[in-house]
Unconditional design. Structure first.
Length: 334
């Protein structure tokens, strides 16, 4: 099987299939072999496997199947393998990137479904959705199912948009979507891409696709420990939310201190009006004053954070135009 296929249509788009891999020698070759080589609107298809420090023969199997391999000497994490894929997609000037896991849970024959939605300009990010259609919900443990539903509910609430599956690893991105992405962290990218693109008002589309609920071989490196996965994912979501809406976050925290603090001070003030003395409730003044101080300090933190968000948005805008300019210069040289 060749690594890429070309069609004579000069207007056809370039597609990168990026496959993250960690000890997937039993399945990664089959995933590569299953990548369709004739997709309407696509002229060039390249398959790259990001081998995140595998200790088995995943890299060799991937090369034999016809993919190019980017090898990490040590395991860096799924988020960093995703960044490698984004970097390659941008600086090789691919119009579309499909990100599909190498564990065999997703059928590569479904890639055209994601590609077509991007070609038709329906979204900047298209993701397979396991829960949007009831008859396609895969078999999985109850705790994993509930964890997915909880994360989806949380991301939907924080973004103000209705999503059904924010943890699926089978996704497609337009070049514009990749240029706009700004990610941090080393654990996972799945929920953060939803938060980042949704906050920037980029279009996200979910497509119902049937997938395997459990891995055929091995265990997931991300969800092998449900409590650890939940904790680290919540940290990522919380950090992302604070990064874009610090005033909302700190105002909510501030109210926890301000409401009881002002209540205690009001109680003491009313007592003084009635008795012309602070005793025996002078304690209410100390408690109310301390809580009010904490509330005002927290609220000020929110205002400072809100100003920093404006700076960050400007920086990300400048970064976007810098990346686009670099991409245009790259095209001019080729």
């Amino acid at each position: 099987m060749t690594q890429s296929s070309r069609q004579p249509n000069l207007n056809a788009l370039n597609l990168l299939i990026a496959i993250p891999c960690l000890n997937e020698e039993a399945t990664v070759g089959r995933v590569i072999a299953g990548v369709p080589r004739d997709i309407p609107g696509i002229g060039n298809i390249e398959v790259v496997v990001i081998d995140d420090g595998s200790s088995d023969n995943s890299a060799a199997v991937s090369r034999e199947a016809g993919a190019e391999v980017i090898h990490h000497p040590t395991t860096l994490g799924l988020a960093l393998t995703f960044r490698d894929a984004v970097h390659r997609a941008l600086w090789r000037d691919f119009d579309i990137m499909i990100h599909i896991d190498g564990d065999g849970q997703f059928n590569p024959a479904d890639i055209p479904l994601l590609v077509q939605a991007i070609i038709e300009n329906e979204a900047h990010m298209v993701t397979a959705s396991r829960f949007i259609q009831k008859d396609l919900i895969p078999e999985m443990t109850t705790i994993k199912y509930l964890g997915n539903r909880w994360l989806t509910f949380l991301v939907s609430r924080l973004t103000g948009k209705r999503f059904y599956d924010v943890s699926c690893g089978f996704r497609g991105f337009s070049q514009e979507g990749l240029l706009r992405l700004s990610l941090f962290g080393t654990f996972t990218y799945t929920q953060q891409t939803f938060l980042d693109l949704a906050y920037k008002n980029l279009a996200i589309l979910e497509i119902p696709i049937k997938v395997r609920g459990t891995r055929e071989f091995g265990t997931s490196r991300i969800a092998s420990s449900i409590p650890r996965y939940a904790l680290r994912t919540m940290q990522i979501i919380l950090r992302a939310f604070i990064s874009y809406h610090p005033l909302r976050f700190f105002t909510a925290i501030s109210s926890i201190f301000l409401i009881p603090g002002l209540s205690f001070l009001s109680f003491l003030g009313l007592h003084y009006i009635q008795t012309h003395a602070f005793t025996p409730h002078i304690w209410a003044g100390f408690v109310g004053g301390s809580l009010t101080f904490l509330g005002i300090s927290t609220l000020i933190t929110g205002f400072i954070g809100d100003m920093l968000v404006r700076i960050r948005v400007n920086q990300e805008t400048l970064l976007y135009y810098a990346k686009r300019s670099a991409l245009e210069q790259l095209r001019a040289k080729t």
